[in-house]
Design a protein around this ligand. Structure first.
Ligand code: FES
Length: 90
């Protein structure tokens, strides 16, 4: 039986937008973050699925990124994509 050193990881990016100007991940750039993160990880050859998530209830600290089975990261911007890569490797 063969085993793989790499297993599929899954990452959810909150893309929820709240109404009336309330803070939200979408208002803080998560709609741009999701494809950028997906592209970055794919470009590195990582077996990672990046998918949109609904509100995680921590809107003031968005964009929020949840590594399934791992950390919930806050304030993940395009400039902070490396924080996701570090969390994935932990
Ligand atoms: S809008 Fe992302 S946590 Fe609420």
């Amino acid at each position: 039986m063969s085993t793989s050193a790499h297993s599929l990881r899954r990452i959810g990016v909150c893309t929820h937008r709240r109404l009336d100007g309330q803070p939200s991940c979408a208002a803080r750039g998560s709609e741009q973050l999701l494809p950028a993160l997906r592209g970055r990880l794919a470009g590195e050859g990582r077996d990672v699925e990046v998918f949109p998530l609904g509100c995680l209830g921590d809107c003031e600290r968005g964009p929020n990124v949840k590594i399934v089975g791992g950390e919930l990261l806050h304030e993940v911007t395009l400039e902070r994509l490396d924080a996701v890569r570090v969390a994935l490797d932990e």
